[in-house]
Structures are given as C-alpha cells and as structure tokens.
Design a protein around this ligand. Structure first.
Ligand SMILES: Cc1ncc(COP(=O)(O)O)c(C=O)c1O
Length: 353
C-alpha cells in the first residue's frame, strides 16, 4: 500500500518554508558585500540580535553548527576540553566538528531531559589541570534542549553556573538555537539568558521560520576573532542581506507566535499521555518539542516513526527508545489533531506482529 500523503511534517522546526511576507522582505532588502562589511541589512540584524542578547556585538553565520563551533573555538584550542551533557547538540549532532576543526576534546555527563545539572557540571569541570589533566576551557549549556525534548533551563541554574565558572576562569557557551522558545515559554528576557554566557548562538532557521541563518553574540573583541574564524571555515558570505532580511522579518513577526507552537505541542502530549500512560509526561513538555518514550507502547523509536510516516505523520527517531515530534510555523490545529490521533492509536495498538 502506498504511504498516505504527508499531513504533518514534525521531523523538525527546520522544515518551515518562508512565508510570502518574508519572501517580500527579502526581495526589498538593501545589500552589499558582507565580507567587506558593506551589507547594511546584515549590519542591522547583527546590531539588533546583539542588543536583544545584551552583548556588544553579533556575527551572522550560515548555520547554528558554525555559530556553535566558532563559539567553541573562541574558548578552546587544541588539547583543551569542552564539557556538556550527553545529549547536547554540539556533541551528538555536529559530526565531531570540535575535534575535527579545533582539536578540542570533550567530556559529558548523563542529564535527564538535557536539564542543566550545575553540581555535576562543576564536579566534571577541571579549571586548571596543570601538566597532568586536560583543562576545561568551556561549559556548554543548550537552551532549550533539543534532544532533551525542548527542555527549558532554569535561569537561576544558568546564573549559578555562570558565577561559579567565571570565578574559576572557565567560559560558558550558550547554544541558544531555540532560546526564543525559552524566552516565550518563561517570559525571561533574552538579555537575562545572554548574561549567563560569554558566547551565545541563536538560530533564525528553526522556530522563527527563516530559510537560513544563525548568529554568534559576544564581546566586540571576541566577535572580531569570530569574523576571522568564520572566513577561515569558508563562511564569509557576500550579498547576504537578502537572508538577513528574512531574519529581521522573523524577529518582527515570528517570536511571540511561538506560544501557539507550544500550546499545540502540549495538546498533543496530553492526548498521547491519555492514550498510553508513561509515553509522555505532559508536565515536562515546555516548548515545541515532544519526545515520546515508545517503550511504553512496545515500539522502538525507528519502528514508531516508520509506522507514523505511513499515516502521514513525520517524526524523527532520536534513539531506539525515543521518537521526537516538533511543532512549528507550518503546523496548524487540524494537523496537530491528526498527528495526535494517529500517534495515540499507534502507541496504544503497539507494533503487532
Ligand atoms: C540545539 C541546536 N543547536 C544547533 C543546531 C545546529 O543548527 P544548524 O542545523 O543550522 O547547523 C541545532 C539544529 O537543529 C540545534 O537543535
């Protein structure tokens, strides 16, 4: 039997297509050669994001991975280490870039739902390893946490980590690919989150719905260094104001609406929890990402994702026991209800023979 047409593409919030209004903003954008620092739209975006995050400067990057990896490179070089939780995007999904590009080693700890565990982070951290141990140059915090299930990191914990690491001379990098979602979910100002890190990456191409683009924010001196690393890695871009314009449009129109994605995700989570208790804890669904524990329905992650695709609902198996479904700009109420109903039925029925 041919698979049904896709009804809800919940693989990631990266799958959105630019709206007509966003495309119109891109067409009208004034541009220049950004490698020469001459693109006025890029400059506007960089200034605006730096101000939002409470940092001196920001740099437009093609991807979140590059923003993270350039950020890490500013903290650590060959033979130094970066530490973070075992589900962090920088460890799991950037293809070993910290080792491949920067000679950085990593250590991690197991974190429930990717939630920041300050005490463990500080235990793992070796501020000055002398000639015997690897010295920790940087701790990475991911907010919200992707593979953890859209987990919001409490601002008090971020502040505590920041104070303790600063006292020890260790840096903090905030992977804020979805910091917008944390801000909308909690009401905590972006600049309050920004104050908890030396370097911050944010993405425009996820929940905000831009086709491309991320930024790295930090001090003016660090951003000047980041500009060199970006070019070195092949990320110097030219008349890229047409893409920055999409980001500016997203900041104007797509931040507050993230609350709609969060509400739909919560609604789907409640339906699944009703259908198969233990598959989801709705109280832990804080933003736009739903991670289902498929073992409660005797599935494997890849098995449930394949069966759901047959029903027109696309997800992503994060590991053998978990499947992830992500809400975004291109998913409405009807798609949400369809997805929740199909997933509930599949989970309740189990994989069968
Ligand atoms: C938390 C997090 N950081 C960084 C990235 C990397 O972004 P990009 O795909 O633009 O490289 C992602 C992508 O999904 C992410 O979820």
């Amino acid at each position: 039997m041919a698979p049904r047409p896709v009804v809800a593409d919940l693989r990631s919030d990266t799958v959105t297509r630019p709206t007509d209004a966003m495309r119109a903003a891109m067409v009208d954008a004034p541009v220049g050669d950004d490698v020469y620092g001459e693109d006025p739209t890029v400059a506007r975006l960089e200034e605006r994001v730096a101000a939002l995050l409470g940092h001196e400067a920001a740099l437009f990057m093609p991807t979140g991975s590059m923003a993270n990896q350039v950020g890490l490179r500013l903290h650590a070089g060959p033979g130094q280490e970066v530490i973070t939780d075992h589900l962090a995007h920088v460890l799991r999904a950037e293809l070993g870039a910290a080792a491949a590009y920067s000679g950085i080693t990593t250590r991690s700890w197991v974190a429930d739902r990717g939630l920041l565990d300050v005490d463990t982070a500080l235990e793992v951290m070796v501020a000055d390893g002398g000639p015997y141990q690897v010295s920790t140059a940087c701790v990475v915090v991911e907010n919200t946490h992707n593979f953890g299930g859209g987990t919001v990191q409490p601002i008090e914990d971020m502040r505590r980590l920041r104070e303790a690491t600063a006292a020890a001379g260790v840096g903090v990098h905030l992977d804020g690919a979805r910091l917008w979602n944390a801000h909308v979910a909690t009401g905590v100002a972006l600049s309050d989150y920004g104050a908890c890190a030396d370097t911050v990456s944010v993405c425009l191409s996820k929940g905000l719905g831009a086709p491309v683009g991320s930024l790295l924010a930090s001090s003016a001196a660090r951003v000047a260094q980041a500009r060199v690393w970006r070019k070195r890695l092949g990320g110097g871009m030219r008349q890229v104001g047409i893409l920055a314009a999409a980001g500016l449009h997203a900041l104007d129109h797509h931040v507050e609406r993230l609350a709609e994605d969060h509400a739909r995700t919560r609604r789907a989570a409640e339906a699944l929890a009703d259908a198969v208790p233990g598959s989801v804890d709705p109280a832990s669904v804080e933003t736009n990402i739903l991670v289902v524990d498929v073992a409660a329905g005797a599935w494997t992650g890849p098995g449930l994702v394949a069966a759901a695709a047959e029903q027109g609902v696309l997800g992503y198996p994060t590991d053998v026991r978990h499947a992830r479904f992500v809400w975004h700009l291109d998913v409405d109420d009807a798609m949400t209800d369809h997805a929740a109903e199909r997933l509930s039925r599949l989970l309740a029925a189990g994989p069968g023979e």
